[in-house]
Design a protein around this ligand. Structure first.
Ligand code: 9MR
Length: 317
């Protein structure tokens, strides 16, 4: 009763969907990457049975995409040469086509939004436009054009009601924000994008809610939908006091999101948490447990839950 949409944390990523054995089974697949939904089906079925919707995460990303996807003959040899730009664009188009067509024909209407491109901006790489280059085979093979192409293909094969997002983290950092806005403006001018996904992996006291708010206002000026796609609030110090502080901060964030939406400053259409209960969060490190979410390991609501639903008993500090 508390959620109407969810995102698969890993199951719809390229390293989960790409079917290596089928890809190498016949040279005719050299430009047509084959996919399998064997890791994802149980989630798609679950969503459909429960009447939930899903955000699709993610089609084109530098991470969790095997190197062999980018090499000649899909070679797994670590020194295998990368394919040409021309071939990689074909692989990209057919990958997007195969994924979207499978989901849209088997689960019509279920996945209503896709993170078409994830995390393509990395200020630290110091490239023109601040495009991520060091870790990205997409950038290395295709250049910055890969972004527009990904959206072009997604638009081509997505059902008309499926919304296309650019998704990233640290989106309130000003240099990164400006780079994202410049990049998204170009996509918007060609009507290739519908929304911006703000991951919102935040700390227990930074960034400030004010900075988050002003960044959302800026992104919203592009006239696109805004979604908070991977919300969590890192907390390693677990005491009654810190849990209450976390609850207050969640409350302040949700009050802000609600205000921005209700006053028409931002068309915020979704907030998704990056996990249900603390014990399964990606933020847990060996020996350093983290408590970033709304439910504890027994699926009992934490103060953070009451904060997120803006309960009057949670104080704002
Ligand atoms: O939650 C995901 C975790 O299980 C994976 O190990 C990790 C590997 O990259 O990816 C996590 O999800 C990431 C998401 O796909 C993109 N934004 C950052 C998320 C946390 O790393």
């Amino acid at each position: 009763e508390q959620f109407n949409s969810f995102t698969a944390g890993n199951e719809l990523k390229p390293d989960s969907l790409l079917d290596y054995n089928k890809c190498i089974s016949d040279p005719k697949y050299d430009d047509n990457p084959q996919v399998t939904f064997r890791n994802a089906e149980y989630l798609l079925d679950f969503a459909q049975e429960e009447g939930l919707s899903m955000r699709g995460h993610t089609l084109v990303w530098h991470s969790q995409t095997p190197r062999w996807f980018f090499t000649e003959g899909y070679s797994r040899d670590e020194n295998a040469p990368l394919v040409s730009k021309e071939l990689m664009l074909k692989r990209m188009e057919n990958y997007i086509k195969n994924v979207l067509e499978y989901i849209q024909s088997n689960y019509p209407g279920l996945v209503y939004a896709w993170d078409v491109v994830n995390e393509a901006i990395e200020v630290g790489d110091d490239m023109p436009g601040y495009y991520r280059s060091n870790e990205s085979y997409w950038y290395q093979i295709i250049g910055e054009e890969f972004l527009e192409k990904a959206f072009e293909y997604a638009r081509k094969y997505a059902d008309p009601e499926v919304r296309l997002f650019y998704n990233d983290y640290n989106t309130e950092q000003v240099t990164k924000m400006n780079a994202i806005i410049d990049m998204v403006e170009k996509l918007k001018a060609k009507d290739l994008i519908d929304g911006i996904g703000l991951q919102c992996h935040i700390g227990h006291n930074s960034p400030s809610i004010t900075d988050i708010e002003s960044s959302i206002r800026k992104y919203a000026e592009l006239g696109l939908e805004i979604q908070v796609t991977e919300l969590d609030m890192s907390l390693t110090d677990y005491t009654e006091e810190t849990l209450m502080k976390q609850a207050s901060r969640y409350k302040r964030l949700f009050l802000t999101l609600k205000y921005l939406k209700e006053k028409g400053f931002a068309n915020i259409t979704n907030v998704t948490f990056w996990g249900l209960s603390d014990d399964i969060s990606w933020l847990n490190k060996p020996g350093i447990p983290n408590y970033p979410l709304l439910f504890d390991q027994y699926l009992v609501q934490k103060p953070a839950f009451w904060g997120a639903i803006m309960h009057p008993d949670i104080p704002l500090n």
